[in-house]
Write a protein that binds this ligand. Structure first.
Ligand code: MG
Length: 298
């Protein structure tokens, strides 16, 4: 939950001041989704300063309260209430997306990672290698620009770019709108490239079949331990940029052990979008699942 960085709280607050408008309601196109009134009472903020723990060893832990996070000026109870409200609405949109994708026979993967792990390059390579066998569409998420969607479209696959502005993740409502604009055929693959962020996208179900977390070997082996929610939410970890391993101290087995400690069921593949190493195994992983899930509904 990303209330700490304020992206969802700011939407709630904005719509509370001005119900029916604000960033969540600025649309210039028709859409079939029902909108709840996003009005929330945001006036009763309680200042609590006692939900962090200070340890004698130099650790100050702001994640130890009941909400698991700290927002300046907001009580733990209020934080939990808002988080529950936001995520329950998101889950409802995700259920709608999932049913829509299943009915259309579309297999969807949600790619998540920190910025710079190589998600877009991995997608470009994957699409280039698979587009002769599969219909493929892409939803791109970034704060600004359509640079990634432009790279995807150059492969011949249709792509919709979602700019989240100050938002740090895609949510299921955004995906519903993007689906309205994508020519997705029955039996196709849908890749969603989330905003580069190892924290917030973990909490938001988009209606995908699987989250795939991409970790590049130029990052730390201990990332799964430092950002456990994301690795717990993912079904597959791709260790990308393996071509750089000879130049780094990165220990693959240490990283895999860290990921398995957080999520004993996570699968992992070591790949390089640059050289193609390991990608055949990734494609098999996709196709094994897509051949079942993406079968058109009878
Ligand atoms: Mg990208």
């Amino acid at each position: 939950m990303c209330a700490v960085c304020g992206c969802d709280i700011s939407v709630v607050a904005e719509n509370s001041k001005n119900p029916g408008s604000g960033p969540a309601h600025d649309h210039d196109h028709a859409h079939p989704h029902a909108h709840d009134n996003h009005e929330h009472d945001h006036r009763h903020l309680h200042v609590h300063h006692n939900h962090q723990h200070e340890h004698t060893d130099g650790l100050i832990d702001f994640g130890s309260g009941r909400a698991g996070l700290h927002i300046a000026g907001m009580s733990q109870e209020r934080t939990i209430s808002i988080e529950r409200d936001i995520l329950s609405k998101n889950d409802a949109f995700a259920d709608t997306n999932r049913a829509r994708l299943q009915n259309a026979g579309v297999f969807a993967l949600n790619l998540v990672s920190s910025p710079g792990s190589g998600k877009t390059s991995l997608l470009v390579r994957t699409i280039t290698d698979l587009i002769h066998k599969w219909q493929i569409a892409v939803i791109e998420g970034d704060q600004q620009t359509s640079r990634d969607a432009d790279r995807i479209r150059a492969t011949g696959a249709p792509a919709v770019q979602i700019n989240t502005g100050k938002g740090c993740h895609l949510d299921a409502h955004m995906i519903g709108h993007a689906l309205d604009h994508l020519p997705i055929q029955s039996g196709s693959l849908l890749f969603v490239e989330n905003v580069g962020n190892l924290v917030c996208p973990a909490a938001f179900d988009l209606g995908e079949a699987h989250k795939v977390v991409v970790l590049s070997v130029t990052e730390g082996e201990d990332k799964p331990l430092k950002y456990p929610d994301m690795f717990a939410a993912a079904d597959l970890m791709l260790l990308n940029k393996s071509d750089l391993l000879p130049h780094l101290d990165f220990d693959v087995s240490t990283c895999l052990a860290a990921a398995l400690r957080v999520n004993p069921r996570i699968q992992s593949l070591t790949v390089s979008a640059r050289t193609g190493e390991g990608l055949a195994a990734f494609y098999s992983w996709i196709e094994e699942r897509a051949s079942v899930t993406a079968a058109p509904a009878s």
